[in-house]
Design a protein around this ligand. Sequence first.
Ligand code: SAJ
Length: 432
Amino acid sequence: MKHQIKITPGQYSIGVVGLGYVGLPLVLRFARRNFNVIGFDTDKHKVESLNKGKSYISHISEQEIEKVKMNFDATADTTKLSQPDAIIICVPTPLDAHREPDLTYIKNTAIEISKHLRKNQLISLESTTYPGTTREILVPELEKTGMKVGKDFFVVFSPEREDPGNKQFPAEKVPKIVGGMTKKCLQLGKMLYEQVFEKVVPVSSVEVAESAKLLENIYRSVNIALVNEMKILFDRMGINIWEVIEAAKTKPFGFHPFYPGPGLGGHCIPIDPFYLTWKAREYDLHTRFIELAGEINSYMPYYVVEKLADALNRQGKSLYKSKILIVGIAYKKDVDDARESPGIKIMKILEEKNVKKVDYYDPYIPDIRKSRQICHPVFSITFNRKTISNYDAAVIVTDHSNIDYKLLQSACGLIVDTRNVYKKDYKNVVRA
Ligand code: SAJ
């Protein structure tokens, strides 16, 4: 009788490589279902923290880690990769300095898994990447062992859809796409993810699964760029883009609202599209929408600085001699993540223009020394009437819900509002 692999808690063990905002929630989901889980990470600090029951991710509590300590271990020891029956890869896929895909983490992980690969292991790649990565990079590395995918070991691609802090759609309720290298791979991948996701969506190939994820995020990047371009145009025409969007979204079908902003932040939307742009070149194609969206979204921080300079001029002040406060430095509202944040980009542009002083306030981010865009440590100011009144202008970049905007409006002589926080018109508020 053909060897039937059973995926049941207690018998079938799970390995997760990469314990970040995607990997750690996955660890907890499987561990809560009583699977034995080994978490792998090269960052020893993360490994030590987790094994002490500590969390380094703000939306994951220590209690949640405590609850799974009996069947979860974190390790940096890759020789243990032969142990788990399934290994889920959740490592970063950044862009390099030339905005090209950097698959270093995936390649290194594939090499480590290959060293310890054993029969019947199921490997799932979740990292967002260009279509073809699984088949052209991951599988060949694993087949260097002499074992054959679909026969001796199994491989699927299943895009992550983690949206940190999204209460409306907890991840287990978000359908999980799975594409397999072979039918048997797909069958196993489906069985694996059905343990922790309410709905699993099998697709016909790993490429379809890789591509679906990119489409989801390119859709956002292009539509955000569209409203950003409309904002610039309507601003010149004296039309309030925010009111236009509110009116347009009364259409119950065929329209999804996106909102203009100071630029694109985060580790998905500004980055994922360029994975497809890069791959498309192999097929002599320019992904013009993606690249145009990238151009427009990348210009937005500069646009905000231009609007700030104009507004200061109208007060007879120069940007050069002014003290500027950036309000909200996280990459999006009510999160504590500053990666690729437009706020940091705006600070950098202002510093390059030798503005007299640039500070920031963000209740979620006490300091941004870790941000690679800013080399010197920078700390959030305390936010009160006295400190706010020290600045010639404040720029609202990320409109966290827990900021006192009334205080800001009454204490600062000029506010550049990039998020339509102030619905009413105020003499000292400029929309940008
Ligand atoms: N942004 C705008 N205007 C908008 C929406 C977003 O300027 O209308 C900006 C945000 O301020 C931020 C950037 O774009 O700087 C990205 O925002 P995002 O809402 O896309 O949030 P992300 O980067 O956390 O995207 C994630 C993605 N999730 C995954 O990749 C698993 C994305 O697919 C989700 O749709 C998105 O969360 C979400 O809906 O929250």
